[in-house]
Design a protein around this ligand. Structure first.
Ligand SMILES: [Zn+2]
Length: 85
């Protein structure tokens, strides 16, 4: 004979191994707040994504200024192709 638990939220019987009630979704252990454990992890991942995007933009700015510097060696600033047309 297997033991059964009763959901404190909806009163349905459930397997005691469940951490959430399959009927109403309430946590069977009130001390089990997955969100509190997950939120800091997802926050760190989001910070990594933001940092990666910022460094990517900085690299693009650096590359563009390098390209601009190279092009200015070919075409002096006072003599642009646009003025020749
Ligand atoms: Zn329930």
């Amino acid at each position: 004979m297997s033991k059964e638990s009763i959901c404190q939220a909806c009163g349905c019987t459930l397997d005691p191994q469940f951490i959430f009630c399959p009927w109403c979704g309430s946590p069977t252990d009130p001390d089990c707040f997955l969100a509190e454990r997950f939120d800091p992890v997802f926050e760190r991942i989001q910070n990594l994504q933001v940092r990666w995007t910022q460094t990517r933009i900085a690299r693009m700015e650096h590359d563009l200024s390098e390209i601009d510097r190279c092009l200015s060696e070919i075409v002096p600033a006072s003599e642009t192709l646009y003025q020749e047309l």
